[in-house]
Design a binder for this molecule. Structure first.
Ligand SMILES: [Fe+2]
Length: 309
């Protein structure tokens, strides 16, 4: 009995009383109560991390491989965010910041601008290693954070955060409330689509003739989709075009049938600069309807930021 009493209850995506309490009390930014991870949680990490190694070697872009090596992640235990940050912060100033759940989009982008990455601390149930629509610590730390060790990539995220502020400034200048909501919804949709097709599911052309490699975190944290994104004959892969990406709907519950390719992280940075230019010119005000839906919380976060100006 003593053994069962001392086994921590766990921080599992499907069951985490600590997270439920934080959410119930409105706490978005939290600490990582490391002692709550159960052996089942550590085992899920060990299995997730262990099987990705050979796939990363084969399909991940070089900067990711260098990044994951420089973070010195423990293959056997769920990472402590403090440890991750000790290696990450000196490289690009970025830090993983623990959160209790979904961060409304303006706040999320604003965190990026401050070189903070909102990070989920729960881990998926070990019985469902493959499929998880929402982020968990494996997606965030093993999929996203290694990219944050790269200076050009990190600067791109910061620049994206700047774009969110530009959007809020533009919204502040629109007097008619219905029109303000309409335009902010369209701009937010464009930004979400851009983020999805680059930061989450982006491919990059290698310079050394090694073909396509993944840099998007949704791919890099998925054992099945990482290989599928590069090898499957039925995936459409096109050189990225801003006008296409901002108007392209996407669905999250299956492997992506359409992916976009950038040349380099400098190229990606330039695209974000262009995105902001287009935003200022009104070219994001009427993007095509469809997914992703912009939630009330997302919209409210942008509107609150605009009225605070
Ligand atoms: Fe993600």
């Amino acid at each position: 009995m003593a053994g069962t009493q001392t086994e921590p209850i766990g921080l599992t995506t499907t069951r985490a009383p600590f997270i439920e309490q934080a959410q119930a009390s409105g706490q978005l930014y939290i600490h990582q109560p490391y002692e709550l991870y159960s052996e089942a949680n550590h085992d899920a990490w060990r299995r997730l991390f262990g099987r990705m190694g050979e796939r990363w070697q084969r399909y991940a872009n070089e900067r990711f491989l260098e990044g994951i090596a420089s973070l010195c992640l423990d293959a056997d235990r769920v990472p402590r965010l403090d440890d991750v940050n000790r290696f990450l912060h000196p490289l690009t100033g970025f830090k993983a910041k623990p959160v209790s759940g979904y961060v409304p989009s303006f706040l999320f982008f604003d965190c990026l601008r401050n070189r903070e990455f909102p990070t989920t601390i729960t881990i998926r149930d070990g019985r469902t290693l493959d499929y998880l629509p929402e982020p968990d610590i494996f997606h965030d730390i093993a999929g996203h954070v290694p990219m944050h060790t790269d200076r050009a990539f990190a600067d791109t995220l910061v620049r994206f955060g700047d774009c969110a502020h530009t959007a809020a400034e533009l919204a502040a200048g629109i007097r008619d409330e219905a029109e303000r909501v309409r335009r902010v919804t369209s701009i937010t949709k464009a930004m979400a689509r851009f983020f999805w097709f680059t930061i989450e599911f982006g491919l990059m052309q290698s310079r050394d003739g090694k073909g396509l490699k993944a840099y998007g975190s949704g791919l890099l944290s998925s054992y099945g989709e990482l290989a599928h994104s590069i090898d499957a004959a039925d995936v459409q892969r096109y050189p990225i075009r801003l006008e296409w990406v901002i108007n392209q709907y996407f669905e999250i519950h299956h492997y992506q049938p359409l992916l976009f390719v950038v040349d380099s992280f400098d190229h990606l940075f330039e695209l974000v600069v262009e995105l902001e230019r287009w935003m200022k010119a009104g070219k994001l005000d009427n993007v095509s309807p469809g997914e992703p839906a912009i939630s009330e919380a997302d919209l409210a976060s942008f509107l609150a930021a605009s009225t605070a100006r």
